[in-house]
Design a protein around this ligand. Structure first.
Ligand SMILES: [Zn+2]
Length: 245
């Protein structure tokens, strides 16, 4: 188990949906942003299935979720871009077309560190998370080697490290003590997801909402404490580190 990468100049976090990046690496990205890293978000899908309401206006939801993602990035202190690839939610694949786009953005943004879902996490239900993870890994390979997609006319780029969140076999911890508040603020910025992913019902009474919010925050804080304990830090986020890219 390793602890803390050197603060990268540029980080690119790749998530399937708006909010995945904050759950997986919000504390780490807040820490690095505070230390001067340029943090970029790249969201693969349009998030259009992120509602339990069968009558929801999904076109409006897409716009709302992009606004929420930008607000969440701001809450983390991120100063980079929020890139939305806009593939339909629930239908993400990791074919050449998608890999082309990932390679393009890695070459364009030149991240020192790339972060993404662990595509090899066992018993994972959601296909978008698996495919977004594969795209992060395969995008790095295509971006790194000069003979992939030469029509992009961008210099090839090899990041120093890839950090996979939700890791099946975590072997790296980032100390995020002092940055839990930013992670929580970023998660709360995904207002449309309060009920479906955070168990906070905005229709409930203010007292109930406060209790639900406190319970959600405590779950996040408990997880940070649990992950940090492995490396004797008060709060941590864990990853699978790949640094032989
Ligand atoms: Zn997701």
């Amino acid at each position: 188990m390793s602890l803390n990468l050197r603060t990268p100049a540029v980080a690119l976090a790749i998530g399937a949906h708006p909010d995945d990046i904050e759950f997986g690496a919000g504390g780490t990205l807040a820490k690095w942003s505070a230390a001067g890293t340029v943090v970029h978000h790249l969201v693969c899908t349009d998030g259009s299935k992120g509602s339990w309401d069968p009558t929801a206006d999904t076109a409006a939801l897409v716009v709302t979720r992009q606004d929420e993602q930008r607000a969440a990035a701001h809450a983390l202190g991120a100063t980079g871009q929020c890139v939305f690839l806009g593939w339909p939610d629930g239908e993400l694949t990791s074919d050449l077309r998608q890999r082309w786009e990932l390679a393009y953005w890695i070459r364009k943004l030149q991240p020192t560190v790339v972060l993404g879902h662990d595509p090899w996490k066992r018993y994972r239900l959601h296909p978008d998370h698996r495919h977004a993870g594969l795209l992060a890994v395969e995008g790095v390979v295509a971006a790194r080697d000069p003979h992939f997609f030469p029509e992009q006319q961008l210099p090839h780029h090899r990041p120093d490290a890839l950090l996979l969140f939700e890791a099946d076999e975590p072997d790296h911890v980032e100390d995020v003590a002092g940055h839990a508040d930013a992670k929580l603020a970023a998660l709360h910025a995904h207002t449309s997801q309060l009920l479906s992913t955070m168990g906070i019902d905005p229709q409930a009474t203010p007292t109930e909402v406060a209790a639900q919010r406190a319970a959600f925050d405590q779950r996040i804080l408990d997880r940070l404490a649990e992950r940090g304990a492995v490396e004797n830090v008060a709060q941590g986020e864990s990853f699978k580190l790949m640094d032989d890219l």
